[in-house]
Design a protein around this ligand. Structure first.
Ligand SMILES: [Zn+2]
Length: 300
């Protein structure tokens, strides 16, 4: 795949090396991050193919696929998840204007968000690549969990809302999914996509140690500007940008650990406060961003 030759966002082939990042989760392989000089889009160069990337998830205990609460970082992750779930639910009802409807949660993981929405009366479908996580989600929350191929069978204009919580940056072919999301959403339907922000204050501070590069699992590294360009090219308008304020603490603690700091938890929390404060004044500097997209009804 000639990923390194052409910018996904603007099509330019004016590409250059930007950073050398380490995979801290599995074997410690290094991957380069390249940048497009025309639009500043960043992406992981020469990532493993879709067939090969599985081992980069399986070797570590990839946190969003697990339900373990061992260790302080895992404990923090699960605590934060509880707090964030209600915020996500609020964002769905607020941005769709609906109390209930049809929802597709792409990359539903162990199904906590999808389960919560189902409990709230939504007709929820999950999509999950990881078999173990998908089985967990369907047995614990009695959810319908589909695989990629099943989506082709779903008719057009089916969903009121499609959510992707930290999923979009994992797709090998994100444009294919944008086209699919556009087809599956009702005209004017809402897509909510959360992802790390490579132009955030914490990304600028930690540089190659920033935990949300998460190479090679994260293939694309969006900023609010580059994501807007890609979304608009594919028939969406961005009607809102929100933050998941707790992400910055989790990312800062992990980044401090990558840096080899003595007390990563304390320094991560302290710096996280500073980044969080600054991003209150400038939302585009948030560690991760929730994009609220509206599918522009097609002309035909
Ligand atoms: Zn570009």
């Amino acid at each position: 795949m000639a990923l390194e030759n052409k910018c996904l966002v603007c099509g330019s082939n004016n590409i250059e090396f930007n950073l050398d990042c380490k995979d801290h989760l599995t074997g410690g392989d290094n991957f380069d991050i390249y940048t497009c000089k025309s639009c500043s889009f960043l992406f992981t160069a020469n990532p493993p193919s879709e067939d090969e990337i599985g081992k980069y998830y399986a070797a570590g205990d990839y946190i969003s696929h697990s339900d373990t609460k061992r260790g302080l970082t895992n404990f923090l992750y699960h605590f934060v998840r509880r707090v964030m779930l209600s915020r996500k639910k609020y964002i769905i009802s607020h941005s769709t204007g609906l109390k209930t409807g049809t929802l597709l949660d792409m990359g539903c993981g162990t199904g906590y968000f999808a389960g919560l929405m189902k409990q709230a009366g939504w007709k929820v479908t999950g999509l999950e690549k990881n078999e173990g996580a998908g089985k967990f989600a369907s047995s614990k929350f009695n959810l319908e969990v589909l695989e990629d191929n099943d989506l082709e069978k779903i008719e057009d204009n089916h969903f009121d809302c499609i959510t992707l919580w930290h999923v979009f940056e994992h797709f090998h072919d994100p444009v294919k999914y944008m086209v699919l999301i556009k087809r599956l959403l009702k005209p004017g339907g809402i897509c909510i996509a959360a992802m790390p922000n490579c132009s955030s204050f914490d990304a600028q501070h930690y540089r190659q140690f920033w935990a949300a590069w998460d190479v090679p699992r994260h293939l694309w590294h969006f900023s609010p500007d580059t994501f807007r360009t890609l979304a608009e090219k594919n028939g969406f308008e961005i009607i809102g940008i929100k933050s998941l304020p707790a992400d910055v603490f989790y990312i800062s603690i992990l980044s401090e650990r990558h840096l080899g700091t003595n007390m990563p938890f304390i320094s991560g929390m302290v710096k996280g406060c500073w980044f969080a404060f600054r991003s209150m004044l400038r939302k585009k500097g948030s560690s991760s961003v929730i994009y609220i997209l509206r599918a522009i009804p097609s002309a035909h």
